[in-house]
Design a binder for this molecule. Structure first.
Ligand code: GAR
Length: 216
């Protein structure tokens, strides 16, 4: 089976990046992390990437006069790495048309809620304030909206009566560390087919043949 080349976009701590690095190192993921790109020089995730010997790049919006310039530079930094797939793992920016023209259908995001509930910032806080009994996490394809793309996988997580946004987020992240590698594995195995908004998960092939992400 050929190995999927994965680039990861990060803004912060990088625990989801770490989950992907660990799964790949353990041989649990038919994928190789080929580059990590951040919009922030100070992102701890960049240290995790360097620690794993993965090349990094910083592309900051403030270095571009216009938003479209940032999007195009981001798309180019990812393309240069030869990536087949881009994972937004705690990347706290909305991507624009210049980015999506290059990567639509080949980029996924992890979000700390059961979408379509609580998109955008501070999802665990939104869930607590709403008073839901369960929240969770979602891995979905990225589209032009805010956390609106087709859902690949979701996992529910219970909300405890004494939760703060921080304790709930930590519990959700533990689910994310399972869910994100599982979604990347399905893509690497060519087991996703997109039909409208619905993502069908195909059974494993007997040969384990890698046929890529279908239906784009
Ligand atoms: C994760 O919980 C991810 O779901 C969330 O940021 C966190 C990043 O953690 N993303 C969003 O809220 C995007 N809307 P990490 O840097 O430790 O992986």
């Amino acid at each position: 089976m050929s190995v999927l080349r994965v680039a990861v976009l990060v803004s912060g701590g990088g625990t989801n990046l770490q989950a992907l690095l660990d799964a790949a190192a353990a041989g649990d993921l038919p994928a190789r992390i080929v580059r990590v790109v951040s919009d922030r020089r100070s992102a701890v995730a960049l240290e995790r990437a360097r620690g794993a010997g993965v090349p990094t790049r910083v592309v900051r919006p403030r270095d571009f006069a216009e938003r479209a310039g940032f999007d195009a530079a981001l798309a180019a930094a990812l393309a240069e790495s030869g990536a087949d797939l881009v994972v937004h793992a705690g990347f706290m920016r909305i991507v624009g048309p210049a980015y999506l023209a290059a990567w639509s259908g080949r980029c996924v995001n992890v979000h700390p809620s059961l979408l379509p509930a609580f998109p955008g910032l501070d999802a665990p806080r939104q869930a607590l304030e709403y008073g839901v009994r369960y929240s969770g996490c979602t891995v979905h394809f990225v589209d032009e909206g805010v956390d609106t793309g087709p859902v690949i996988l979701q996992e529910p997580v219970p909300v405890h009566p004494d939760d703060t946004p921080e304790t709930l987020h930590r519990r959700i992240q533990q689910a994310e560390w399972r869910l994100l590698p599982a979604a990347v594995r399905l893509i690497a195995q060519g087991r996703l087919r997109l039909e409208g908004r619905r993502v069908h998960i195909l059974p494993p092939t007997e040969t384990g043949e890698d046929v890529g992400c279908q239906g784009r």
